[in-house]
Design a protein around this ligand. Structure first.
Ligand code: PMP
Length: 413
């Protein structure tokens, strides 16, 4: 299968070789890497993308969950053009900025005040910084498999975070482990930073009991509960926290609320966020040049007002639930070599096997075979549905999967 991939994608190989001369690994975004080299995609339209060799794929990855709008969206294009024509880089606040902040604060009851940033990574770093300064404590509880952007990665095999935070990395969904940590060090814990569903960790859904338990532990000890909703915000107008009925002290956002442009936001209780007020005697500096850039603010505003509507988000959530169940039904009917976890429109295919090497090879094979047949998703198994991905594409994906699985079983029998 890998040879087939190499034979079909010589231009991607060339692009990788060229890029590797100026960027380590040929890449400036680690998650895109996949052996032997990642696909080089040169254009997209709606839910379809085209690679450097001219092959077309239906995009089931959706920019690692940020691309909920698909690859072309006339309304976003209009909003961007308008913002651009009005002049950008004005060294000033923009009218879009407060509008977008109002929209987001209205959606998230946990957010009294918020600030914009250029990425989810930065939003999380700022939220942690605020939590430490406001609580006067140093320790941060995070979870193995957690991903909060770049240096805030707690997966197996990642280099330890080399920045001055003191992290306790605990098992996800293990409330007892967190309770023990709080019993031992509760008065030193500034914050618990958690994804309601671990996205990069493989779409592992947090149990309501675990997440509610974190709320209680934080309440009892004075630590701040921070929900990283960079991925899960799409689960409802007010994010996964709305579905769960849990109100964190701070929330970090990203991806979809930038309307397809680089975006991050963090917000929470007024008393915490007030530390960012420049007139505060001990204001936390947060002054990114592009924090409020007009293009992102305008695209985000258009997206929130007209595309990420409650109805659209609810429909996408349901579509995702149905699709994940259909995938699991096909996988178990075909022998159970894979299974799918996730929430709503974000899910991850996992190979089932004792041996991690067998799991890896099995998933790689499935990935190559699906790409060969014109379906794109992340090599690690991530699928994120977008608005333009239709019923027909989803049905064809399932049928193609059946064909691939049946062929695989025939060849291994
Ligand atoms: N948190 C989560 C849960 C994420 O999934 C991501 C990005 N995949 C981030 C934070 C980081 O966001 P960004 O890539 O915009 O820095």
């Amino acid at each position: 299968a890998e040879q087939g991939y190499r034979d079909r994608t010589p231009q991607s190989a060339t692009a990788q070789a060229r890029a590797a001369r100026v960027m380590p690994g040929g890449n400036t975004r680690s998650s895109l890497w996949a052996a032997p080299y990642p696909l080089s995609i040169t254009s997209g339209s709606g839910c379809r993308i085209t690679d450097a060799d001219g092959h077309e794929y239906v995009d089931f990855l959706g920019e690692f969950t940020a691309g909920i709008f698909g690859h072309t969206c006339p309304a976003l294009e209009r909003a961007l053009t308008e913002a651009h024509r009005g002049g950008f880089g004005l060294s000033s606040h923009t009218p879009y900025e407060a509008d977008l902040a109002e929209e987001l604060a209205a959606r998230f009851p946990s957010i009294d005040l918020l600030r914009f940033a250029n990425s989810g990574t930065e939003a999380n770093l700022m939220a942690l910084t605020a939590a430490r300064l406001v609580t006067g404590r140093d320790r941060i509880v995070v979870f193995a498999g957690g991903y909060h952007g770049g240096v805030l990665t707690f997966g197996a095999g990642n280099a330890p975070v080399n920045i001055p935070f003191e992290f306790a990395v605990l098992p996800y969904n293990d409330l007892q482990a967190v309770a023990q940590e709080f019993a031992a060090a509760g008065d030193r814990i500034a914050a618990v930073l958690v994804e309601p569903m671990q996205g990069a960790g493989g779409c592992v859904v947090g149990t309501p009991a675990f997440l509610q338990g974190l709320r209680t532990l934080c309440d009892d000890s004075g630590a701040l509960l921070i929900f990283d909703e960079v991925q899960t915000a799409r689960m409802a107008p007010g994010g996964a926290q709305e579905r769960l009925g849990i109100t964190p002290d701070m929330t970090t956002l990203g991806k979809i609320f930038g309307g397809g442009l680089a975006f991050g936001a963090f917000g929470g209780k007024a008393e915490v966020m007030a530390r960012f007020d420049p007139s505060h005697p001990e204001a936390i500096p947060h002054a990114g040049t592009f924090n409020n850039n007009r293009l992102t603010m305008a695209a985000g505003l258009e997206a929130v007002r007209h595309h990420l509507t409650p109805g659209a988000l609810e429909a996408l959530f349901e579509r995702g639930e149905v699709f994940r169940e259909a995938l699991n039904a096909r996988f178990s009917a075909q022998g159970g070599a894979f299974h799918v976890t996730g929430m709503g429109s974000i899910m991850n295919i996992h190979a089932v096997a004792e041996d991690p090497a067998v799991r890896r090879d099995r998933l790689r094979l499935l990935h190559f075979h699906m790409m060969e047949r014109g379906y794109y998703f992340a090599a690690r198994g991530l699928i994120a549905l977008s608005f333009p991905l239709g019923e027909a594409e989803r049905a064809d994906f399932l049928d193609t999967l059946d064909t691939v699985l049946a062929a695989g079983r025939a060849s291994s029998e």
